[in-house]
Design a protein around this ligand. Structure first.
Ligand code: GDP
Ligand code: IMO
Ligand code: MG
Length: 425
């Protein structure tokens, strides 16, 4: 058996949570492999809405297990909040026993968040626009070989290890940024949450996932963020601190590249980005505001308004190449219903040339999008159930995208609810 991977092809918020939920019933295990509570994955069904930050989106199916993999960074406080909220809504994951946590996943400390905030403040206008969840500083400690891992919480000297790392952080905060705000309340909440985490199954995710495969079980790896936020290939430095691409599923779960099966790439029918950094097709105008309102484009984690723009095919092609995408999912087609014309960026004008790839330096030299006009459709598609109900002009848009991208669109999402999903082929 192989591991299928579902991941975002744009700048995040493509609808990963919704589609993982839709696909979960067909899998034995859903595993998050990177990122942390910077993610906000929204699921809607039976009139209820859930936003998951750290917890995989497969928790609502009885026969599906869930794993927070070693590549994830975990904020115990946020995780406890997520678990408490789910419990209040009737989903007690501890009682259900459907969530496992990798011992090798790294912990976000309260001081990692202080460092994140101090860093961003110091950068002023050039700031990344981080979610301020402590992601960057935690991955820095991981690669700097200073980090604390989930498996450490059961060690007798965990408190001392914690204090040693905190001492390093407070001296950095004092010397680099001048002050350390009081974090005693968050520290107390951190240790309270650690006690809750201890009650979950803490596992060696690499053995677990490979055992699942040996037993012929089906595994889906759930990406967070999107390809254009990848630490190596995204719009650096306006990226997150992990590999959001398929390769990240290998290191973030402990599986060999030869064990990757289908790669399901998800994109919106248009494009959004939250935080700073280049966005070639951005509509920084009334039209962009209209898209924001119609698509409810406000961050699931931070509530920040998302920047909006037309679909960017050079960026999508790049993401498809990097990830080895075998199937596409298009979401939010319903948001475009009613636009007389829509547009797709097929090329960029860049330093006097027309190019169809993502150039190295999009942060200081802005690529100008070359747009193709596409006839819009007017029908409300949020209730359609059959392929025959897809408006002809939407079908033409999808045919155009498939032809441009060279990969079939397997699923079409026409609304936020689980049932608003069509299988295309
Ligand atoms: P994720 O981070 O990729 O899981 O995406 P988010 O949850 O941050 O953002 C996607 C938003 O779009 C959520 O509010 C979803 O409920 C919503 N959504 C997902 N698919 C569709 C769709 O096809 N149509 C509409 N209108 N909303 C969708
Ligand atoms: P999901 O999984 C959209 C963005 C932040 C910022 C940059 C770095 O819901 O798609 P970080 O907190 O990682 O240091 O922020 O990355 N970002 C996201 N944007 N969706 C996300 O996750 C994101 N996670 C981080 O806005 O620009
Ligand atoms: Mg999101």
């Amino acid at each position: 058996m192989t591991v299928d991977v579902l991941l975002g092809l744009q700048w995040g918020d493509e609808g990963k949570g919704k589609i993982v939920d839709v696909l979960s019933a067909g899998y034995d295990l859903i595993a998050r492999f990177q990122g942390g509570p910077n993610a906000g994955h929204t699921l809607e069904f039976d009139g209820k809405k859930f936003v998951l930050n750290t917890i995989p989106s497969g928790i609502f199916f009885d026969n599906t297990m869930n794993l927070i993999g070693n590549g994830v960074v975990i904020d115990p406080i946020t995780l406890k909040k997520e678990l408490d909220k789910l419990k209040d809504a009737g989903h007690d994951l501890l009682a259900k026993g459907n969530l496992m946590i990798a011992k090798k996943a790294h912990l976000i400390l309260p001081t990692h968040q202080l460092l994140d905030a101090a860093n961003e403040k110091k950068m002023g206008d050039g700031k990344i626009g981080s979610t301020l969840k402590g992601i960057g500083p935690t991955y820095m400690d991981k690669t700097g070989r200073n980090g604390l891992r989930v498996g450490d919480i059961t060690l007798p000297d965990f408190k001392e290890r914690y204090e040693k790392l905190v001492a390093k952080h407070t001296s950095m905060l004092t010397s680099l940024y001048g002050d350390v705000v009081d974090f005693s309340e968050r520290e107390a909440a951190f240790f309270e949450a650690i006690e809750l985490i201890k009650q979950f199954q803490l596992v060696d995710s690499e053995h677990l996932v490979n055992d699942y495969l040996k037993q012929g079980k089906k595994v889906l790896a759930e990406g967070a963020q999107g390809a254009m936020l990848d630490i190596d290939f995204g719009s650096y430095p306006f990226v997150t601190s992990s590999n959001t691409t398929t390769a990240g599923a290998c290191t973030g779960l402990g599986i060999a590249p030869s064990k990757i099966g289908e790669v399901i790439g998800i994109f919106k029918a248009y494009c959004t980005r939250v935080g700073g950094g280049p966005f070639p097709t951005e509509l920084d105008n009334e039209l962009g505001e209209e898209l924001r309102q119609l698509g409810h484009e406000f961050g699931a984690t931070t509530g920040r308004p998302r920047r909006t723009g037309w679909i960017d095919l050079p960026a999508l092609k790049y993401a498809i190449m990097l990830n080895g995408v075998t199937q596409l999912v298009m979401t939010k087609a319903d948001v475009l219903s009613g636009f007389e014309k829509i547009y797709a960026c097929t090329h960029y004008n860049y330093q006097g040339e027309t190019i169809d790839y993502m150039p190295y330096d999009i942060c200081t030299i802005k690529p100008e999008p070359v747009l193709t006009e596409i006839e819009g459709w007017h029908e409300d598609i949020t209730g359609i159930k059959e392929l025959s109900e897809i408006p002809a002009k939407l079908q033409s848009y999808m045919d155009f995208l498939e032809q441009q991208l060279g990969v079939p669109v397997k699923y079409l999402s026409v609304g936020p609810d689980r049932v608003q999903t069509l299988v295309m082929h």
